[in-house]
Structure formats: C-alpha cells, structure tokens
Design a protein around this ligand. Structure first.
Ligand SMILES: [Zn+2]
Length: 265
C-alpha cells in the first residue's frame, strides 16, 4: 500500500487520461494520491480531480518558476479562496528554483520575487494550519540554503513541511531534518548517479520518509526518457526498500503525519 505524495494528474499528458493512469497505479498498490498545484489553473484542476476521485486530495500553490514580474505577486491573493475547498490538504508546490537563472540583474530580481512569494505562501499555509510541499532546485546550491534561511525566519507555526523530490547538499538535508522536514523520495533516487539523494535517504530517520512520483516528470531508471506515469512509483519503492530498512506501513504512517491525518486512507 503506497500513497503517492506528489503527482500531477492535473497536468498533461496525464490529465487527459487520468482515470486510466489512476487504475494502473491502483493495480500496483497505490491507495491515494496527492495532486499538486503549480498555479491557479492547475490548482483548480487538482481540486476538480479530488472531487471526482475520493482517493485524490489536492494542494494549491504557485511553483517558483511562475514568478517573472512583480505584478504576479498579486496572484497570491487568489490562494485563500482555493484553500477553503475541503479537498485541499496542503499548500504547494512552493519554493525556490534557480536552476535556469544566472547572476544577471534580471535573474537576481527574479530570485528575489521567488523568495518573497515563498515567504508569503508559507505565511498563508500557517494561517490555514496547512502543511507545505517545497520544491528546490539549483545547480549552484544557493537556493537550498536560501530555503533554509526562509524556513527559519518566517513565522510559519508548527505545520509540517515536505521537501518534495529530495536533492541538494547533505548539510542542507541535515539542517532541514533538524527543522522537522519530511523527505519526498522520487524516481531520480533510482539513477546510478544519485549519490546526494542516497546520502539524504541514509541520513533521514525512518519516520521522515515519504514516496512520490512527481509524474509526469522524473521517471525511474528503467523508464528514463519516457513520460513518468504514476504506476512507476513501484520501482522507486522497491529501490528504496533495497537501500533502507523501512516498511511500507512506516511510510504510510509518516504520510498521514505529514498531511496531518487528512488523507483518505
Ligand atoms: Zn511537482
């Protein structure tokens, strides 16, 4: 029994044929799925899907890559209305993504926008007592440490936070675990060159580990180059069990704790 804690049934190419993908996932033991929003449209679709499938719950939020201009920050005011929907269990995915950004003046401004949006969304989550799903990506590692700085400085209550698709330097993982992080293990943990992820999994206590696909992104090793489909979580799970002494039951109870017992299990 597996919960996919981060899946985009709300994005193409999964959205069109979500029922088929859900059936395939169920067939390999997926019992619930968290459908994650990245902007207003995809968050609304996540809510819509959760209305249609009692095994789905939704998150709402703005992905860091959404922010290019100051005016876009006003969009954040739309989150409050979306959050009131009963299928919403978390705010996300939010965070920092410097992967395609340089040190040019324009990009530095975009990084500042991302930081401000991240802070504000953490505050919105705290206001509604909702957990957060955090996305971080940066080839130069700065984003990881900026995330830690923001997590430590924002008044965010005691809500759980999940580092979805864990990556980043081990010093960051260590500090995040000290702050209470849950670690989302995705398909890229199965890649041969995933030393950093391996180290993060080794470091994480067994009560902090979750499973996810991030489908349609990040297919596991035997499906690289293809669209990631939700059923492929089986390969990620098998790989995790080979690397760490942890049971499916333990992961299930971690998952309920991370989402404050709001999953339909
Ligand atoms: Zn995602």
């Amino acid at each position: 029994m597996i919960v996919d804690t981060h899946c985009h049934y709300n994005l193409e190419p999964l959205f069109d044929s979500w029922e088929e993908h859900w059936q395939k996932a169920q067939a390999i033991g997926v019992i619930a799925s968290v459908v994650v929003g990245t902007d207003v449209d995809s968050s609304s679709r996540a809510i819509e899907l959760a209305k249609q499938n009692p095994h789905f719950v939704a998150t709402v939020g703005f992905h860091p890559n959404f922010f290019r201009t100051q005016e876009q920050l006003t969009e954040l005011s739309k989150l409050d209305a979306l959050i009131l929907n009963e299928s919403v269990v978390a705010v996300g995915e939010i965070g920092l993504d410097y992967f395609r950004l340089s040190d040019s003046a324009t990009d530095v401004e975009i990084k500042e926008l991302q930081k401000q949006a991240f802070r504000e969304q953490l505050e919105i989550a705290a206001k509604h007592s909702l957990p957060v799903c955090i996305h971080v990506r940066d080839k130069q590692e700065q984003a990881y440490f900026d995330v830690l700085e923001i997590l430590s400085s924002v008044e965010r209550g005691n809500v759980p936070f999940i580092l979805h698709c864990i990556s980043g330097p081990i010093a960051y993982v260590q500090k995040a675990l000290e702050l209470g992080a849950y670690i989302g293990v995705a398909g890229n943990s199965t890649y041969p060159k995933s030393e950093a992820i391996k180290n993060a999994i080794a470091l994480a206590p067994i009560d902090r580990i979750l499973l996810e696909t991030d489908a349609p992104f990040l297919p596991p090793q035997t499906h690289r180059g293809q669209v990631c489909e939700p059923y492929m979580i089986a390969e990620t799970a098998t790989h995790l069990f080979s690397e760490k002494s942890i049971t499916a039951d333990q992961i299930l109870s971690n998952t309920q704790a991370a989402f404050l017992d709001k999953l339909p299990l």
